[in-house]
Design a protein around this ligand. Structure first.
Ligand code: SF4
Length: 388
């Protein structure tokens, strides 16, 4: 009988990839063992290293009985998230919302730079390929939401959806959890701001348009590049850039306030495209824009490094030199206030280019504001019965 095994081992010494010709890349960290290309076809991460809370690393190795090539590809699986609350609170001073909902954990879009990846380590899973393939869904999110909105001390304020994982990732097509959430928010007159990289959001344009008429909804779609090759390798299962622009056009035409997010900006990889993206979005009817500099917290740094070495080795050194120029000499700086835009001359220049392009295309002249004036607290279980 043959075996190709995955064993629990003490963290092993791992191979360091050779540097690209002519590029003395800044201090390589220990990189995880890359998973065979066929097993990760259509995925973003190159590896599946254990999360930071695991005492042991799992490494697939050929024990001589069978080739590692025979291991199956990473398939998408969906488990139930049984959390009893659906609204998550935050008190970060540099983001414009204090509460959010994530109908899913993990994200099949698989963007290599995704700063939500490290959250999969809380589940004992890898922020690498596990994050893109071992997904969790909250099918009862609409009911839980209604219950939380019904609490007597609930104070309405915009709920952000899609700020961690994407609510319109492919499994939403069948599960329709996001649509159920929107139905609750519309019924209760509660404001919502959505961020996505999926054209699937157009499916819910009917609800969003009705909510937008009452200043209850706005949508941001992130467009990182117009280059199909870069998009395919960097965000493999998100909608293509033309589909995202078309979604922005259709939502804008339906009267829904739209924002294009040029996010993340990666120096020497997509920053040169910023003006073109803003131009294309303005032509699609978008009125607002924002940008965020690449963020590399925790495991994301090494996952991004592996991907960059595999796909753009000739730019590796340049990209990281510029990142460090904008992060005070580090790969990432999580300081509130500067973590979104960076610091230093290069970061300043990106900011000025953004402002000039927005000015040119008439973006950000007015910021859409949502209202809580229409909020009607839903009845709690038992309240209706007490009328009789
Ligand atoms: S779409 Fe958003 S949540 Fe999903 S992988 Fe990409 S960046 Fe992460």
């Amino acid at each position: 009988m043959s075996r190709a095994s995955s064993h629990a081992l003490k963290r092993p010494p791992v191979p360091v990839p050779s540097e690209p010709a002519g590029a003395a890349a800044p201090d390589f960290p220990e990189l995880a063992v890359a998973i065979d290309r066929e097993r990760r076809r259509g995925r973003g991460a190159q590896s599946n290293a254990s999360g930071r809370y695991e005492a042991e690393a799992r490494v697939a190795f050929d024990d001589g009985w069978q080739s590692l090539d025979d291991l199956p590809p990473f398939k998408t699986t969906v488990s139930l998230d049984t959390a009893r609350k659906v609204i998550t609170r935050n008190d970060s001073p540099d983001i414009g919302f204090d509460r959010s909902i994530n109908p899913y954990r993990g994200c099949e879009h698989g963007c290599i730079y995704c700063f939500a990846r490290p959250t999969h380590a809380y589940l004992g899973l890898s922020p690498g390929l596990d994050f893109e393939s071992k997904l969790y869904a909250k099918p009862d999110a609409p009911q839980l939401l209604e219950k939380e909105l019904a609490a007597p001390d609930y104070e309405p304020r915009m709920i952000a959806i899609g700020t961690n994982t994407d609510p319109y990732q492919p499994i939403e097509r069948e599960r329709k959890i996001m649509r159920g959430i929107l139905e609750v928010l519309e019924r209760t007159g509660h404001p919502v701001g959505i961020v996505t990289k999926s054209a699937l959001i157009v499916r819910d344009a009917d609800i969003l348009a009705r909510m937008a008429k009452r200043n209850l909804a706005k949508v941001a779609i992130s467009v990182t590049t117009l280059d199909p090759k870069l998009a395919r390798s960097m965000e493999p299962r998100a909608s293509t850039p033309p589909k995202r622009l078309e979604a922005l056009r259709r939502l804008s035409a339906a009267g829904i306030p739209t924002t294009v997010m040029v996010a993340p900006i990666i120096p020497a990889l997509n920053d040169a495209e910023m003006e073109r993206i803003l131009d294309a979005a303005a032509h699609a009817g978008v009125k607002e824009a924002s940008y965020v500099l690449l963020r590399l917290p925790l495991e994301v740094r090494d996952l991004f490094r592996e991907w960059l070495m595999a796909n753009y080795p000739d730019r590796y050194r340049h990209v990281f030199t510029l990142i460090r120029d904008m992060r005070g000499g580090k790969d990432y700086d999580s300081q509130w206030g500067t973590r979104m835009k960076g610091t230093g001359p290069m970061a300043w220049m990106i900011g000025r280019r953004f402002e000039i392009a927005c000015e040119k295309h008439g973006l950000n002249k007015r910021r859409s504001k949502l209202t809580t004036d229409h909020f009607v607290r839903p009845k709690r279980a038992g309240e209706q019965l007490s009328l009789f």
